[in-house]
Design a protein around this ligand. Structure first.
Ligand SMILES: Cc1cc2nc3c(=O)[nH]c(=O)nc-3n(C[C@H](O)[C@H](O)[C@H](O)COP(=O)(O)O)c2cc1C
Length: 153
């Protein structure tokens, strides 16, 4: 059974809710799923999962939430070779900020610099348009899962 790790960056828990609501859909699609609420870079680099899913909200002025700062700093400083790694990315933010989805966008850039292969487009959820993030996240997950499965063939 292919493995999936869901990496969460959150302040108020919205990104964790998205991860927890996505988990059963991912399991039904045949993945063995772990959600990481305090992710470390080692969780991606040592014994990498078949696919990684990032649920990343933004705080401050385009900043990473505190629970994800060490992961993001270490990745940007070390730029590990992730050319084997496939991933999907859900960015959460609010378009009333100039730095809309800044953390998710930054992470996507660094993952690309490390050679990781994004599966599907990055989803950006705007809290001022979609107050319940799962309204957008779950349909996106449902369309992303078949592409994710196919990418592992
Ligand atoms: C203090 C604060 C700063 C924020 N800064 C940004 C920002 O720079 N860019 C952005 O797109 N959203 C920003 N947001 C909006 C959050 O990213 C958005 O509400 C998100 O859904 C929160 O997710 P969470 O519940 O996982 O923390 C900010 C929210 C707060 C409360």
């Amino acid at each position: 059974m292919p493995s999936m790790r869901i990496f969460v960056a959150t302040v108020y828990g919205g990104a964790l809710d998205v991860a927890e609501l996505s988990q059963p859909l991912c399991e039904q699609a045949g993945f063995q799923v772990n959600i990481l609420e305090e992710p470390e870079l080692e969780d991606l680099v040592n014994a990498p999962p078949d696919i990684a899913l990032f649920c990343i909200s933004t705080t401050g002025s385009g900043d990473f939430p505190g629970n994800f700062m060490r992961f993001a700093d270490n990745m940007a400083n070390q730029l590990p070779d992730l050319s084997h790694q496939r991933y999907g990315l859900i960015a959460m933010g609010d378009s009333s900020y100039d730095t809309f989805c800044g953390a998710g966008r930054k992470l996507d850039n660094v993952l690309q610099q490390c050679g990781a292969q994004r599966i599907g487009e990055r989803l950006e959820i705007d809290a001022s348009r979609t107050p319940m993030a799962d309204d957008e996240a779950l349909p996106w997950i449902e369309s992303w899962l078949p592409i994710a499965r196919e990418s592992l063939q």
